[in-house]
Each structure stands twice: as structure tokens, then as C-alpha cells.
Design a protein around this ligand. Structure first.
Ligand SMILES: [Zn+2]
Length: 310
């Protein structure tokens, strides 16, 4: 994985292109406990039904099939190779729209989605404020946004800090970059930012409460760990001492209905005038061309992988 850089600068974030993240991180049941903990959280947070969901940072589609109530899902990741893996897993279906794009420059019209999720993503974003603003832009009034964040004020971090085995203070409100492009955030900071961008938190769950290497090492522990996790998700929600926190938020920004019957916009200049061609979308305003490769829309604004026809 590498640092994503862009000459006309959106904030830095981690690019998982050409990474074996799916196998290396999730493979062979190494994180069965975390994966199943998230499944429990989703069951408690997802609406029973919805029309169009935006999955931000979908990776290889590990969670996508869990959004069973949604008629259609935009499976989006910045890393094109991750989207390719997601497509290989989920297949060619009118239910899935595959998009490679940047959360700071979403290639969608305003108020398009009635649902969105962003799981295990913001610990790779160097700035949250513009990301939340951009997500709110594409959400309808009253839509559901499920957000996961890595909680800096978790029990393990507090104990390490008290034992002087960790330098950074888990109680400080600012974001901490503990290794390059890996950030942890304070619950209060996240809550404040969500409020600023008109997301009302409806439900909080403390997730992956038993992320303890020694326990996870023995697969025989999985069943009882998940039973305990199920209880702790609700019990711990008020304390928020878990390494991961899931929130169900509702967009409470009142918006006028979108005037246009469009789906995509140009992420470079925000124009609605995209012309759909067989193998690409072409912006009539700025000239950017966005290739459609094997059914995947590549809306990354990056001169290295986009042709510019000024
Ligand atoms: Zn444009």
C-alpha cells in the first residue's frame, strides 16, 4: 500500500492498490472474530430496506452482501485493484455498480443515496472534515450513514499509556497518526464533526471488544468470544472503550430535491455534463476522460492514470 498523492491536492490517504490486503489481513480466518463482530453490528444498525447504498472503501467487497435490504449498491474504493477483486467476488449484476473514486471527490450528483457505509476507512484519512462534507452532499435528507472509526481512547491504549508503553495520549482530542497514514480518532471529535455536517447519531455500538491476540489465536474460542461481543457491543456503547466504534447516523440536513436526473458528475470540475460512451465517461466541461474498464468506472482524478484532453 502506498500514499496517494495528487497534484491538485485532496488530503492524503492510503491507497490499497496492488495490495494483498484481503488475503493478508482477512485471509485464513485470521480475523474471523473482527469480521463476525462487524456482522453482528450490521444486523443491529442496517435499515431493513433501502434503494441505493454507497459503500465507501468497499475493498474487496467483504461486507457488501451484508447490505441485503438495499436494492442497489455502489461498490466504491479508491484502489482499482480492490474494486476488481470485489467484482470478481460479487459478479456482474445490475444490483452492483463498481466505482474507483476518492472520498474527497465523489463522482455522484447531490442527494443521490438513501444509505451509505464507511467501515475501516477513516483511520486512513488525514482529514475528516472535507470527507464528511462530501458524504453529506451526496446523501438524501433522512438517509442512513453507518460509520466505523478506530477509537484512540480504547482500553488497551489507555493501559499502555498509563504503563508508559505508549507515547501518545489516548485522551487528547486531536487525531493521532500512530504509523504513517494510520490514524486513530477520539469519540468526541468524531461526534462533533458529524454534528457539524448535519448527521445525527441514532445508535452507537462498541465493536471488537475482545481484540486480544492470545484469545483469537485459538479458533475454539470464537463462539464464546462472539457471544460476549454481542453483549459488550451494547453494554460498552456508553463507555466507548473498544478499539472500534460503529455509529448509525441520520442525515438531518434539509435539502431541495435534485433538479437533474443524473447519477454521475465529473469529480474534477463537478460538472453534470458527462457524456457516456461505450468505454468511458467524458466531461464536456473540463475534458477529463474516465475509463470504464471491465464494467468498473474509474473516476480517479489523477493524471497518472487518467487521460486529459485539454
Ligand atoms: Zn469536468
Amino acid at each position: 500500500m502506498e500514499k496517494k498523492t495528487s497534484p491538485n491536492a485532496t488530503p492524503a490517504f492510503c491507497n490499497y492498490d496492488n495490495s494483498d490486503y484481503q488475503d493478508a489481513f482477512w485471509g485464513e480466518g485470521r480475523r474471523a472474530y473482527e469480521d463476525r463482530s462487524e456482522e453482528i453490528a450490521f444486523r443491529r444498525l442496517l435499515p431493513e430496506q433501502g434503494k441505493l447504498m454507497l459503500e465507501i472503501g468497499a475493498g474487496a467487497g467483504r461486507n457488501t452482501l451484508r447490505y441485503a435490504g438495499y436494492e442497489r449498491i455502489v461498490v466504491m474504493d479508491y484502489a482499482l485493484t480492490q474494486v476488481q477483486q470485489a467484482k470478481a467476488r460479487l459478479g456482474n449484476s445490475p444490483r452492483f455498480i463498481y466505482v474507483a473514486a476518492d472520498v474527497y471527490r465523489l463522482p455522484f450528483v447531490n442527494e443521490l443515496f438513501d444509505g451509505a457505509t464507511m467501515i475501516r476507512v477513516i483511520h486512513h484519512l488525514s482529514e475528516l472534515d472535507p470527507a464528511f462534507a462530501e458524504i453529506q452532499r451526496v446523501m438524501q435528507t433522512d438517509s442512513t450513514f453507518i460509520l466505523e472509526y478506530a477509537n484512540k481512547r480504547n482500553l488497551k491504549a489507555i493501559l499502555r499509556w498509563l504503563g508508559r508503553r505508549q507515547k501518545w495520549n489516548p485522551f487528547s482530542k486531536e487525531m493521532t497518526e500512530f504509523v504513517p497514514l494510520n490514524f486513530v480518532n477520539h469519540p468526541k471529535t468524531i461526534e462533533k464533526l458529524l454534528k457539524k455536517h448535519s448527521f445525527r447519531i441514532e445508535k452507537t455500538l462498541a465493536v471488537s471488544n475482545l481484540r486480544i491476540g492470545k484469545l483469537k489465536a485459538n479458533p475454539a474460542n470464537l463462539n464464546w468470544m462472539l457471544k460476549a461481543e454481542s453483549v459488550l457491543q451494547r453494554l460498552g456503547a456508553g463507555f466507548k472503550l473498544s478499539p472500534s466504534v460503529f455509529l448509525r447516523c441520520r442525515s438531518v440536513e434539509t435539502k431541495a430535491k435534485s433538479r437533474f436526473n443524473h447519477f454521475f458528475i465529473c469529480p474534477n470540475c463537478r460538472s453534470y455534463s458527462l457524456s457516456h460512451q461505450l468505454t468511458k465517461e467524458v466531461c464536456q466541461s473540463c475534458g477529463y476522460e474516465y475509463p470504464i474498464i471491465d464494467g468498473i468506472y474509474n473516476f480517479r482524478v489523477n493524471p497518472e492514470d487518467q487521460k486529459h484532453i485539454d
